[in-house]
Each structure stands twice: as structure tokens, then as C-alpha cells.
Design a protein around this ligand. Structure first.
Ligand code: UD1
Ligand code: MG
Length: 429
């Protein structure tokens, strides 16, 4: 862990066309910067994030989830550019790895590779058919000589297909010496971090190009890039879950949050969405169901079920068009068309089709408690707060407005009236 990491995230992200800071746009449920921080934390305990635009918002959101991240606010007016971003940054260890905040697909393994070896600088390079937009890397034998930004290239240099992926691992002492010497005499009048390469070469230092996978080092600059990165991240998540034993029917139609966890043998059918920190244990989620921040333990849901935050299903069956919110169901069957909100339902109870917990009176939410072996008939309304004791039967169509004692029948029904031959009188024979 004797390596410091600096993540550059002060850029404006103009191409994202969004009020949300670029690095807070989410990929598989997590802001893209968090994916980078997660990879960084696997190899370092000295991480600094450089911010400027919307710095307060980004810093607050990082601090909600991480401790011990350092922040540096770039003086972008005086020192614009990636080199300017490094001005005044202090790091703890002999080597510093500099990353971009908009590379959410980077893995800890690749970062490790970039920190290995004996060179004074390792820099990430990619070979691209279309190098446009990137700084071109001039390599002589195995040593990098210089990085030239596209806007500063001669037409000949522009043809170079080896480009700078923008990640460097550098001896911290060299970094501290070079950064104050950077100049902004270039097409963009910015302080380029890339100029440290030439400085190192002029001192006969070793600058090694490390060839990296394009997929991991692609920057996310637009909403189109964001969508493409999402596909790659989803494929990674699903592949590793399937390798761990999760069955997926038509995985391309399934979405899984990076924070969700799976245990035992789970089955996800097509069109399933798993959001937030959901926890699935031997769960069978049928087609087109949505699970959000819920625990599904030895239970099945759907097709077309919706389990919302703070719900816990244990040994239960929840069928089509059932919505469950902030409820605990243990050994329960709720097969069809129900809303179960702020409820606790115990073992052996059956919830008939069309049962609704009326949990909200327009001001506050109230609880419904249903005991063991309760048979709730179809089309029942449970007006909360209400408690149904064990071994109770509720007749179809009942509106329950009072607690029901153990062993009782609850029925609220207008008596049925029939009028003989009414049909023929009305429509004729
Ligand atoms: C930079 C490299 C280029 C490389 C490309 C790879 C320089 C001069 N050029 O290009 O060689 O091919 O990355 O993606 O470094 N940032 C700041 N402060 C700033 C400007 C940028 O923190 O003043 C941050 C951005 O938030 C971003 C990263 O630095 O995370 C890279 O900035 P960006 O403008 O995307 O890089 P380029 O200049 O396009
Ligand atoms: Mg730029």
C-alpha cells in the first residue's frame, strides 16, 4: 500500500450537458467516481481527489460514503489544465499514481500493473484506429519520449495511433520537482501534466509505456459514453455473478446494481431489475419484476412483482402485480394484485387477490400487523393502524377498521339482494 493516488476530477464536464457533476452520474447504481475510488482503495490508503467545479457537492457526496479521502481544490483560473490540477497537491508515499475521475471501468488489477516495474514513470498507452481527441505518444524503442496534445501536433504527428490514456505512475520526488516548472505555452494555454514526460526524458529518466485495455481506460464524457460504460459494467457484474452460481435467463435484459449481493442459488428471469443494496438468498425472481433495497430470502417474486425498499421476504411467495413496501413477510403467500405497505405478516398467512393495506391517511403512514395463519379474503382493505391476531379469517370484500382478536371471523358486507327475472324485464326476452 505504499503508493499515493491522486484522482483528477476538477474538469467541467461540459459535454455531459447536465446540472449533475459529471463524476456523480451513476453507473450500475454508483456514481462513476466511486467506482474509481473503490479500485484505488484496493491498492492505496492515501487518496486525494482534485476538485473545482461543484466541488462542495462532490466532496459532500464522497464524504457520505468514504472516510479518509483527501481533497484538493484546484485554482483553475490561475492554473488551468491537468498539470494545474496537480499544483499544491501533497502525497505521502514515494510513488504517486495519477488517475482521471471519469474512468469508472478501471480495475485494481490494471492499477497494480501500472505501479509495477522500476521505471521512473509508467504511463498508460492505448493503440487506437481513431486516435482523435487524445494526446499522441512518441515512443523511441521502449521509452516514451514525449506526449503531444492533438491541438499542438503537426499533421505528421497527428497520424500517430499510440495515444495517452491519461494515467501515470511517477516517482513522487520527481513529480514535486516538475509540477512547479510546468509552463502554459501551448495551443490551449493550459498547464499540461503530460509535459512532465519530456522533463523526465531530458534528465535521462526511464519512462515506460504500459499498454492497457481500451475498455477500461475509456473516459466517460457524454451521456452516450455513460450508456456504453453501463453496458460494459453490467456485463462484468452479470458474468461474475453467473460464475458464482446465479442463473440468468436472457442476461442482456437484466439490470443489476453493483451494490446488490447474492447467496445460494438464485434465479433471475428475463427483464428483472435489481436495485440498491438488495440481498438475495436462494431467491427466484420471475420475469419483469423490480427489487429495490430489499432482502429476498428463500422466496419467489413475480412475474411483474415490485418489492420496494426496506422489505424483507423470508420463505414467502409473492405473485404477479403485488407491490410490497417497508414490510416483513415471513412464510406468507400473496399471489396476486396487492399493495402491502408498512406491514408485518407472519407465518402461514394467505393474502387474497386485491388486498390493500391503507397505510396513509394523507398525513402520516401507519402499520398493519397480521399474525400467523390469517386468511385474508380477496378485495380486503386493511385500514392502518390495525392488528390482526393469529388464526383469523377475513371475509372477501371486508374493510377492516378495528383490531381483530385471535380465532375470529371479520366480515363487513352489505347483504346480497337478488331480484328474480330482472334481466328479462330490463332488456326484454
Ligand atoms: C488528457 C491528456 C491527453 C490524454 C487524455 C486521455 C493532458 C494535457 N492531456 O486530455 O494526453 O490523451 O487526457 O483522456 O493531460 N482535469 C482537472 N483539471 C483541469 C482539467 C482537467 O482536474 O483543469 C481533470 C478532468 O476532470 C479529467 C482529467 O483531468 O478527469 C482529464 O481531463 P480532460 O480535459 O478530459 O483531458 P484532456 O485535456 O482531454
Ligand atoms: Mg481538456
Amino acid at each position: 500500500m505504499s503508493i499515493s493516488i491522486v484522482i483528477l476530477a476538477a474538469g467541467k464536464g461540459t459535454r455531459m450537458k447536465s446540472k449533475t457533476p459529471k463524476v456523480l452520474h451513476t453507473i450500475s447504481g454508483k456514481p462513476m467516481l466511486f467506482h474509481t475510488i473503490d479500485a484505488a482503495q484496493q491498492i492505496s490508503d492515501d487518496i486525494t481527489v482534485v476538485l473545482h467545479h461543484q466541488a462542495d457537492l462532490i466532496q459532500a457526496s464522497i464524504e457520505q460514503h468514504y472516510q479518509d479521502i483527501h481533497f484538493h481544490i484546484q485554482d483553475i483560473k490561475q492554473f488551468p489544465g491537468t498539470g494545474g490540477a496537480m499544483k499544491g497537491v501533497t502525497t505521502q508515499y514515494p510513488k504517486t499514481l495519477i488517475l482521471n475521475g471519469d474512468m469508472p471501468l478501471i480495475t485494481a488489477d490494471s492499477l497494480r500493473q501500472l505501479t509495477s516495474g522500476k521505471s521512473d514513470i509508467n504511463m498508460s498507452v492505448i493503440r487506437l484506429d481513431d486516435p482523435s481527441g487524445y494526446g499522441r505518444v512518441m515512443i523511441d524503442e521502449c521509452n516514451v519520449q514525449e506526449i503531444i496534445e492533438e491541438k499542438d501536433c503537426t499533421p505528421e504527428q497527428r497520424k500517430t495511433q499510440t495515444v495517452n490514456a491519461g494515467i501515470y505512475c511517477i516517482d513522487s520526488e520527481l513529480l514535486n520537482r516538475y509540477i512547479p516548472q510546468l509552463k502554459n505555452a501551448n495551443a490551449q494555454q493550459e498547464y499540461y501534466l503530460t509535459d512532465i514526460i519530456k522533463m523526465a526524458v531530458d534528465e535521462n529518466r526511464m519512462v515506460a509505456p504500459i499498454y492497457v485495455a481500451e475498455e477500461e481506460f475509456k473516459g466517460v464524457n457524454s451521456k452516450y459514453d455513460l450508456a456504453n460504460a453501463e453496458v460494459i459494467m453490467q456485463n462484468r457484474i452479470k458474468k461474475s455473478l453467473m460464475e458464482a452460481g446465479v442463473i440468468m435467463r436472457l442476461p442482456d435484459t437484466i439490470f443489476i446494481d453493483s451494490r446488490a449481493t447474492f447467496e445460494g442459488e438464485c434465479i433471475l428471469e428475463n427483464g428483472v431489475t435489481i436495485l440498491g443494496e438488495s440481498k438475495l438468498i436462494n431467491a427466484h425472481i420471475k420475469a419483469h419484476s423490480v427489487i429495490e433495497d430489499a432482502v429476498i430470502d428463500n422466496s419467489d417474486v413475480g412475474p411483474m412483482g415490485r418489492i420496494r425498499p426496506q422489505s424483507v421476504l423470508v420463505g414467502s411467495h409473492v405473485g404477479n402485480f403485488v407491490e410490497v413496501k417497508k414490510s416483513t413477510l415471513t412464510g406468507v403467500k400473496a399471489g396476486h394484485l396487492s399493495y402491502l405497505g408498512d406491514a408485518t405478516i407472519d407465518e402461514g398467512s394467505n393474502i387474497g387477490a386485491g388486498t390493500i393495506t391503507c397505510n396513509y391517511d394523507g398525513k402520516a403512514k401507519y402499520k398493519t400487523i397480521i399474525g400467523k395463519n390469517v386468511f385474508v379474503g380477496s378485495d380486503t382493505q386493511l385500514v392502518a393502524p390495525v392488528t390482526i391476531a393469529d388464526n383469523v379469517m377475513i371475509a372477501a370484500g371486508t374493510t377492516v377498521t378495528k383490531d381483530v382478536a385471535e380465532g375470529s371471523l371479520a366480515i363487513s358486507r352489505t347483504p346480497l339482494k337478488t331480484v328474480t327475472n330482472f334481466f328479462y324485464k330490463f332488456f326484454g326476452k
